[in-house]
Design a binder for this molecule. Structure first.
Ligand code: FES
Length: 150
């Protein structure tokens, strides 16, 4: 079985492909068709194989995102401590967007994720690479204000 055939049957079979997609996303913010075409060309595999992996893993984004990606934890501990739904609803109202959308100014994208591995300090959210814990509406307001001004 040829390498390309293996990759097309099992998108998770190529660590090199996943690394290339990760690097492309880090560089461009998301995986455009052009970026996936470039990865396919560089690795000598089909666009279908690249698209298949990119769309399979939730780690990869297929559309542009905001400068700040807000990921609210909807895991059980956060849910029980008043996070998840309450925080998501609050952020939706505050930012004027739904989950999966980006504010018109391109500043914030809102997402929900599963456990951020900080259950003891729930509710939590991550913004880009930074974790925010023990959240309250007041704390969320202060964080958003700081980011909007920064
Ligand atoms: S459930 Fe939210 S950090 Fe674990």
């Amino acid at each position: 079985m040829a390498l390309q055939e293996i990759q097309e049957r099992n998108p998770s079979s190529s660590p090199m492909l996943l690394a290339a997609l990760y690097i492309a996303q880090e560089r461009y913010g998301y995986l455009s068709g052009e970026a996936m075409q470039y990865v396919a060309h560089q690795l000598g595999i089909s666009f279908k194989a690249v698209y298949s992996s990119a769309s399979f893993y939730s780690l990869f984004r297929m559309k542009p995102v905001g400068e700040y990606i807000i990921q609210v934890c909807e895991g059980l501990s956060c849910f029980l401590n008043g996070g998840a739904e309450r925080l998501v609803d609050y952020l939706k109202g505050k930012l004027g967007i739904e989950v999966g959308e980006t504010t018109p100014d391109g500043k914030f994208t809102l997402e929900v994720v599963q456990c951020l591995a900080s259950c003891g300090t729930s509710p939590t959210m991550r913004i880009n690479d930074e974790l925010y814990e023990n959240l309250t509406k007041e704390r969320v307001n202060a964080i958003l204000k700081q980011l909007a001004e920064g």
